[in-house]
Design a protein around this ligand. Structure first.
Ligand code: FAD
Ligand code: SIN
Length: 546
């Protein structure tokens, strides 16, 4: 049975901080559909630990936050964007608090019990400026935002709806300027493809950590938004800058459990397998050096000693402090048999954050009218070549707000839903499909880890390129003929994102920020302020000759 087109005023793809903040604001002016891949809370946002960076104390200033962000970004941040996001932050934090978000507080010394926000510290920040809810900041933000959306009758959330592709007027073969008018989405429980339309479509699909074998990200992070926008003809930039978090728990049973940088912010120290400190050889800030430096130092240390992890040590802090400040990390590690108040924590670096993404203005506008991208999926210019810790929740919050304002001030013409054809579903079931999908999925993740990881070389990138071209061919072959499944959709997107990362990495003949290539050990001035931009209309060199 054909399913009718579902028209809305706003379509939001993703229910993390970016999507939910946008939806809350837009719902004052129209009907909003939020499409989300799994359960509504399942997002990177939900797992954020350290907190959200914003200038809220008298000892801090916008200037200092801007300067720390620029410093981390290694010459590639767009300063006006940095300034705008930093300056808009505090008022939006206030809105979050008014909505019900409760950040941790501490007693002001000698104040007879008065309280103030408890500000954490993380690498690269010259001041304490991280607002947090103990070590479960993301979960608290997600819950506060979901509770607020539940109060808005104008917002409808569609769980287990995996968006397949954007619908643009160009794809429909219409004359005139291109415009995004809706999406096709796999309704997983019903095993059918539904069509949603709106004059305003917002990608808030988060990042692509799952393209790497080891990641701090949950399974939803398969780069769908970047892949969809790229297929629709939007520019994608700076995908070579994948941030590896230095400290993911190393344990055979633990999948993707982060040990927050805030633990180092409170004095934890990195040690070799033999218990020796080593970060003093790499940076004056030692264990609290910028993330790229710490991740590379750990990688080097592991290669040098042949060990499969290093240690993070917070045993010198009072047990009561550690248990109170990091209750989730304490409890989770204990479940794996590690009492962090008495024992060192085995850790390894893991893929964590995508600094590049769909090219946007600070208010989320992409090059395709009607299409916005906000949060981790977007490349606004805030992060440059390396994101400053806890700046991503801030960016998602501010850009969602600015995007909602932009859509309010620039209304788009309505969409004539009758023009949109239903999805053409292939009918075949492929008996081989499951094994092929899981094999290709594993292969991509392993090759990205081995060849396009923390330390790169031209030869490794070249190898990765060859393999991804073969994989892409295989994936394309079976993609169209068969009934689509979520695994298949994600695999196609992972392959596209892998291709984009490799392309951008090969296009930057220097080492800068998170992109470290042994064939070019230094940053090249000629590449300062140059983004690596790719668009589908410019054929990818990987696909040339096919
Ligand atoms: P997400 O929160 O990832 O949400 C993406 C949403 O899109 C999800 O609902 C997902 O299901 C949905 N989606 C994806 N694809 C599709 C599709 N095809 N169809 C439908 N829905 C789709 N940043 C900080 O600033 N501070 C921190 O302390 C911090 N800690 C972190 C800890 C961890 C373990 C991780 C993984 C990240 C952390 N980050 C932190 C980064 C930060 O959490 C993310 O960058 C941010 O939450 C991204 O928000 P978002 O709304 O853009 O995307
Ligand atoms: C962390 O808590 O270490 C993550 C912070 C971030 O990714 O910004």
């Amino acid at each position: 049975m054909e399913n009718p087109v579902q028209p809305y005023d706003y379509l939001v793809i993703g229910s993390g901080i970016a999507g939910l903040v946008f939806a809350l604001k837009a719902s004052a002016r129209g009907r909003v559909a939020i499409l989300t891949k799994k359960h509504r809370a399942e997002s990177n946002t939900n797992y954020a630990q350290g907190g959200i960076a914003a200038v809220t104390s008298k000892e801090d200033s916008f200037e200092m936050h801007v300067s720390d962000t620029l410093q981390a970004g290694a010459g590639l941040c767009k300063e006006p964007v940095v300034r705008r996001i930093v300056e808009e932050g505090p008022a939006l934090i206030r809105e979050l608090i008014d909505l019900g978000m409760r950040f941790s507080e501490r007693e002001i010394p000698l104040s007879y019990g008065r309280k103030e926000l408890d500000l954490g510290r993380e690498g690269g920040h010259s001041k304490r400026r991280i607002l947090h809810a103990k070590d479960v900041t993301g979960r608290e933000i997600e819950q506060a935002l979901l509770a607020a959306t539940a109060q808005r009758p104008n917002i409808q959330i569609f769980e287990n709806h995996c968006t397949i592709d954007l619908i643009t007027t160009q794809k429909l073969g219409e004359d005139g300027p291109n415009r995004c008018v809706g999406v096709y989405a796999l309704n997983v429980p019903a095993a059918r493809v539904d069509t949603f339309t709106a004059p305003c479509v917002v990608l808030a699909t988060g990042g692509c950590g799952k393209v790497y074998l080891y990641t701090t990200n949950p399974d939803i992070a398969s780069g769908d938004g970047v892949a969809m926008a790229y297929r629709a003809g939007a520019s994608v930039a700076n995908m070579e800058f994948i941030q590896f978090h230095p400290t993911c728990l190393f344990h055979p049973r633990a999948k993707s459990f982060l040990i927050s940088e805030a633990v180092r912010g409170e004095g934890a120290v990195l040690r070799t397998i033999d218990g020796a400190e080593f970060m003093d050889r790499h940076h004056p800030l030692k264990s609290l050096a910028p993330r790229d430096i710490v991740a590379r130092a750990i990688d080097g240390e592991m290669k040098r000693s042949g060990s499969d992890h290093v240690f993070l040590d917070i045993t010198h802090k009072p047990a009561r402090f550690t248990m109170d400040r990091f209750p989730n990390i304490y409890k989770t590690c204990l479940e794996y048999g590690i009492d962090i108040t008495k024992e060192m924590i085995p850790v390894v670096p893991a893929a964590h954050y995508q600094c590049g993404g769909v090219v946007t203005q600070v208010d989320g506008q992409t090059e395709i009218p009607g299409l916005y991208a906000i949060g981790e999926v977007a490349c606004t210019g805030l992060h440059g070549a390396n994101r400053l810790a806890s700046n991503s929740l801030l960016e998602a919050l501010v850009c969602a707000h600015l995007a909602a304002r932009h859509t309010a001030e620039h209304s788009a013409p309505p969409v004539d839903a009758r023009r949109i054809p239903a999805w053409q579903q292939g009918q075949a079931h492929n008996p081989d499909e499951l094994v092929v999908v899981s094999h290709n999925w594993d292969e991509i993740r392993r090759l990205m880890w081995d060849y396009v990881g923390i330390v790169r070389t031209n030869k490794r990138l070249q190898r990765a390129k060859k393999r991804i071209v073969n994989l892409q061919e295989e994936i394309q072959e079976y993609y169209w003929d068969f009934l689509v499944t979520r695994d298949q959709l994600e695999l196609r997107n992972l392959a596209t994102v892998a291709e984009l990362i490799i392309h951008c990495a090969q296009s930057r003949p220097e080492s800068r920020g998170l992109h470290y290539n042994l064939d070019y050990l230094e940053a090249d001035e000629a590449w300062a302020q140059k983004d690596t931009v790719i668009r589908k209309s410019t054929p990818s060199p990987l696909l040339q000759g096919r």
